[in-house]
Design a protein around this ligand. Sequence first.
Ligand SMILES: *Cc1c(COP(=O)(O)O)cnc(C)c1O
Length: 545
Amino acid sequence: MADLLPTELIANWQTLHRVFIQPEDENSKKILVKYMEKILFGLHDFLNKHVGVTEEISLAKLSEAYMDTTINKDPQKKLADVIEDIIHDIAPRAVNVASPYFIGHMTSAIPFFMVHLKAITAALNQNVIKLETSKVLSILEKQVIAKMHRMVYKQNDAFYKAHVQNTQTTLGVFTTGGTTANITALWVARNSVLFPKGDFKSIEENGFFQALKTHDLERMVVLVSKRGHFSLKKAGGLLGLGNQNVIAIDVDKNRQIDLSKLKALIQKLKSDGKTKIVAIVGLAGATETGIIDPLPQLADICEEHKIHFHVDAAWGGPVLLSEKYAHLLEGIERADSVTIDCHKQFYMPMTAGMVYFKDPTALDKIAYYASYVNRRGSVDLGIKTLEGSREASSLILDSALKIMGSRGYALMIEHGIETARIFAGKIRKRPCFQVVTEPVLNIVTYRMVPEAIQKKLASGDQTQHLNEVLDTLNKNIQRIQREAGNSFVSRTQLKAFPSDDHDSVVLRSVIMNPMTTPEILDEILDEQEAIFKKIAGTHFPLTGP
Ligand SMILES: *Cc1c(COP(=O)(O)O)cnc(C)c1O
């Protein structure tokens, strides 16, 4: 067999050595350079030419090609062939999130230089878990964290001078994303509530049972609006609170957390004496709607009751860079902790997030030391992170901030918010659509309500049936548009009117690609109307012309 294989496709010390330090041969190198040039400098054109928004091949069919579960003993392919495969088989069947017609999710085009910065980070391969594997990158991370902390909390020069490179204090940490950032924030909040008392040192040391016994508690809860991200539920499960105890508070007519219901619940929970509120979470903004909770009022409530105030600004945090719209996040500076994602509105490649704390010693509550890696009193960043080994994401963010300036980011943020407003206007002008949530940030939800159904709904009978028809119709429009592969909006379920007692299927658009223009948004609505015309009458007799 062996002599049928090209000599390079054998795993021996010689070929391994060659492949480890450089491409196998000149041809591989040429192909690598050819594609890297396209990827590094022409990604936009390259993807637009090669990738539809979605695959035209069904998932079931696609899965058939990915059934082999064995690992080859000898190499199967050279680097050049693997790259060709990725370009020809994988890329066209991935999702073209960079398309300006892709307005359904919080993942979109990234500036081309992000790919360079990511490649450099990979090439340096620093591990910021500790100084010994990162040196200046640990120092840089502390600096970038102080910059971001300043963006959120606006403390004075003396504060940042005291903390920027302080090895005893920590203003925040990079995480793998918003989920782990939220978990970290609630982890700190939980541990703060269960303070040392008598024999009890901490829940980390003594565990949940002793913690509850010492503090005479039966239940610990987190309060957040029903629009809270599901990572908060995950945190509830993971931290032992139980995800049912991440309590969803109704939203009011503005679709923000209902403050009177929140206050009433706090009173009720306090009166039983056995329940502790670990944290109240404010959204800035909500994943589905972009709505921002009333942060100053939430801060007041938390202050009054001495409750940890966490702001989940995974999505909205970078809005602080816009002088025009930063005021929307007023009150965020009063939060005890704040989550901000890097791979959302900082336009960084997957995956990175951050969490910030007002109190530079807050993260001591989750500090872990190990004599071989994270020594007491060292700069080792891994002492106070959920993650172990981590890439130097701070290098990418810092470089991006230098390349763009806060004004550059602000331009993209402002484009998103203003284009979303234009989009809502366009939707309102079309008689067969209804705006469900007006954009506060750059997210619009809406649904199709054909005029025939509007009339019938107004008459008041068959309401439930009509709502079901509308749900099915909107589901189908979203699916057919996605499958056609020209454009993409997502869908979720929300109350169509704040006074409704049920959720409806709505279309959700997130405008973050600076190449998405009002004309493109018109095309997307045109396409949805065309889909409706095609399926009305037969599939939806009630909606027929
Ligand atoms: C996206 C998001 C998260 C989760 O972030 P990941 O980076 O996906 O883990 C949490 N909260 C909000 C408000 C979000 O929008």
